[in-house]
Design a protein around this ligand. Structure first.
Ligand SMILES: [Fe+2]
Ligand SMILES: [Fe+2]
Length: 369
């Protein structure tokens, strides 16, 4: 690399950083299939590989109008408010692209974490079928990093990782317990991502983003499926202590992603981005408070930023036996501290089931793509 190219790279990006990890690499001398559901998932994964540069229509670029018209902010239906409608087309695009870039940057960083964790799982899991599958996921995640980085570059800069997500990734990478890696990454982080990607895919009318999220969600459905299938096999064999440690780890992962007491600071960051786009956040907030009902109705329906956890992550944890009454109380306490007792009761009493066929659930309406 020429000196000037390397200068310009380092000028634009923070320095790489490391986290010390400890784990045992497990050989398995049995090469026969042992866990059929994982072997099948591996075969399916090979069949469904795609190539980011070839299969997505990058040439079309981003349709600004469609992007702006159907932009959503962590479950808040901002485009339905009169505040949004009062902005000029140009300002709407500017606000939408910066805010989306901030959110997608965190997904991008999460994908990098998933890439590294999937590679670790090749080493750490005890069954050969589990290693085979994790190797295909590693490739999937490389592709996800590739596509999110490319899409964000069409919107704005890459924004820094949020402190909660960084802490979560550090924790999942550095634990030596492979089941904790699986529950922290495959079930909690990827479950939240899968639910959010699918929602965003259904909401946006921007063709390139819709296509990208459909491809990515299909992969994520397998990744979450891997966590569920694998843990379903092993959780029943654990001692009470091991199971409750695993539950605690899952809860902590969820907490780092959504609890405002864990440094969740989307509102401040987004408001700063709006300021940069020439919008006064104080005016925006005053105007949106007048339409509190529109926003609250949508939040009650989708659960806002808690929706993916109450509607998907918790049902998944319950289905694999990692949602005891003890841990349910922890979740309830977190909801109460974040959104008050009334909403906490509603979130805690959610009894959604995990869709039986995750891939079919992701594909609803998109089979032909
Ligand atoms: Fe991914
Ligand atoms: Fe994934």
């Amino acid at each position: 690399m020429s000196e000037s190219a390397s200068d310009s790279l380092s000028a634009n990006h923070p320095e790489p950083e490391g986290v010390k990890v400890a784990m045992e690499a497990i050989y398995n001398w049995n090469y026969e299939p042992e866990v059929d559901e994982l072997r099948n998932l591996y075969a399916k994964s090979l069949d469904l590989q795609w190539i980011a540069l070839r299969d997505l229509e990058w040439d079309r670029g981003i349709d600004h109008n469609a992007f702006t018209r159907t932009f959503s902010l962590g479950g808040i239906p901002i485009t339905e408010t009169s505040f949004w409608k009062s902005l000029s087309d140009e300002t709407r695009w500017d606000v939408a692209r910066r805010s989306a870039s901030f959110m997608l940057s965190n997904f991008l960083h999460g994908e990098q974490g998933a890439l590294m964790v999937a590679a670790q799982l090749v080493n750490a899991v005890p069954h050969m079928d589990g290693k085979f599958y994790a190797s295909t996921q590693t490739l999937d995640e490389a592709r996800h990093v590739e596509v999110f980085a490319k899409y964000v570059s069409l919107l704005d800069n890459v924004y820094p990782i949020s402190p909660g997500l960084k802490k979560l990734l550090d924790g999942v990478l550095s634990t030596e317990n492979w089941m904790m890696k699986a529950v922290g990454m495959q079930v909690v982080t990827e479950g939240l991502a899968l639910y959010s990607f699918r929602d965003m895919r259904n909401q946006t009318e921007e063709p390139l983003l819709k296509q990208l999220l459909t491809y990515v969600s299909r992969d994520e459905a397998r990744h979450t499926g891997y966590g569920i299938k694998y843990l379903n096999r092993v959780v029943p064999t654990l001692s009470d202590k091991e199971r409750s440690d695993l539950e605690d780890f899952a809860f902590e992962a969820a907490r780092l992603l959504i609890d405002q007491r864990a440094g969740y600071s989307m509102r401040e960051t987004i408001f700063q981005l709006w300021k940069d786009a020439g919008v006064d956040p104080g005016d925006a907030l005053t105007s949106m408070l007048k339409e509190r009902e529109v926003i609250q109705q949508a939040l009650a329906k989708g659960g806002g930023r808690f929706g993916p956890v109450s509607g998907f992550v918790i049902p998944t944890l319950r289905s694999i036996g990692l949602y005891s009454d003890r841990i349910a109380e922890h979740f309830k306490e977190m909801w109460t501290a974040n959104v008050g007792a009334e909403t906490a009761d509603r979130l805690a009493s959610n009894v959604d089931e995990v869709p039986e066929d995750l891939e079919a659930w992701v594909n609803e309406g998109y089979e032909a793509l």
